[in-house]
Design a protein around this ligand. Structure first.
Ligand SMILES: [Zn+2]
Length: 177
């Protein structure tokens, strides 16, 4: 019995099954954090689109949050490093620009993490037409909806700077786009 298990294990080592290679590659890639918002992984953000793994080769597809986002070079390097540590000798990172990333791809867990980090998450869905829906942005500090936009561009162009009229704290709001 023990001998057979050992033989099976040895067999698995020489012929790794493609499903487990894919799981390892996905686990490694999805744990990579966004350099600008380190509480969010690229999977939380929806930046991670696809992972293919075959033997020691892995191909990871990412879509930047916006074109020319300077964080993407860091994300690409981190993905290669994570996959190399997970045992993939040949790692390719593909950047796909279409369809364009939208905040709709951000996971609900990601939005909750963002709020705990002090950034108001994107509210609602991207409007289908040119009309912007006036949805109130909730203060991540006190939960008040009595907030106002101070500047459409906050610490990065993905975010707007808001101010809470209730607790008077400023905060970033991750814009819907
Ligand atoms: Zn507040």
């Amino acid at each position: 019995m023990v001998t057979r298990q050992l033989a099976e294990r040895a067999n698995q080592a020489t012929h790794p099954d493609p499903a487990s290679a894919h799981e390892r590659a996905w686990a490694a890639a999805s744990a990579v954090c966004d350099p600008e918002i380190p509480v969010l992984t690229i999977a939380d953000l929806g930046v991670l689109r696809d992972v293919q793994a075959n033997g020691d080769r892995a191909v990871v597809t990412i879509t930047p949050t916006y074109s020319g986002c300077p964080a993407m070079d860091a994300i690409r390097d981190d993905v290669i490093l994570a996959l190399t540590h997970a045992g993939f000798a040949d790692v390719e990172v593909r950047t796909v620009l279409a369809p364009a990333w939208t905040t709709d791809w951000m996971s609900e867990a990601g939005k909750r993490k963002l709020e705990r980090f002090g950034i108001a998450p994107p509210t609602g869905r991207r409007a289908a037409g040119p009309v912007r829906l006036g949805i109130s942005v909730r203060c991540p500090h006190c939960g008040s909806l009595n907030t106002r936009e101070v500047s459409h561009f906050g610490s990065t162009s993905c975010k707007a700077l808001y101010e809470c009229r209730a607790c008077l704290e400023p905060f970033d709001h991750f814009k819907v786009h």
